[in-house]
Design a protein around this ligand. Sequence first.
Ligand SMILES: [Fe+2]
Length: 274
Amino acid sequence: MISVTDAARAVLDCPEPMGKVRLAKACGRSVAAGTIAEIGLAAAPPRPGRPTRPRLCAPRHMARRRAAGSRAGRIALYHALAHIELNAIDLAFDLIARFADPALPWAFYAEWARIGAEEAHHFELLEGRLQAFGAAYGDLPAHDGLWEAALATSDDLLARLAVVPLVLEARGLDVTPGMITRLRGHGDGEGAAMLELILEEEIRHVAAGWRWFRWVAERRGMDPPAAWAGLVRTRYKGKIKPPFNQAARLAAGFDAGWLELVSSPDRAGTPARR
Ligand SMILES: [Fe+2]
């Protein structure tokens, strides 16, 4: 029997996007069926395998997205989202492979394997949408910001959870409803419905991020909200910017005072270090 770490490593190493999707979904299914039921040893590559296209550029070198109403604008939107989902597959399996630890419950690995399989489904949906417009993932340049944020938190599971699901993926909850409205306004009901499904699942992914963040913080004897605020200050370089999707954030486990925690540093405690 292979371990979940071995299966995660295979997903990470695979450079070809649809191959990565197939391996991610297979891992999710095997974990759900109990045919993968062992954690294994930590083994994450420094960078996941990626195709030669798209060309990766610094976020500041990305061309501005065109108007969502045009064909080119919609291709650019779906391409950017497909790139985020491809990163999300690797981020879920990197949590498994990098932070393999027998002190963590099996439920942690089972949950991130399921989430990684859902991210693979999101990528597949968006690639299908690109193809409906005569395009494909790889046609446009993409940026490497998500993986850079992951690399910056490779040393600590709590920092990774604080920044990746709880800052970067939570940002998706804020911006997706506007995209859905714009797509619907341009008569792209199919794309809008797809993003609605993705948003619903992303709320659950952020909620999982919170649940595991709390679990790890409490075991380290830290107060979870104060620990999160401290890690956002020390480990995340960007700013958390409005407008926020309060309803989605509350559903994902942000409590009412979350924004205050990260916007007024003197109110939050300093997190203890392991
Ligand atoms: Fe996703």
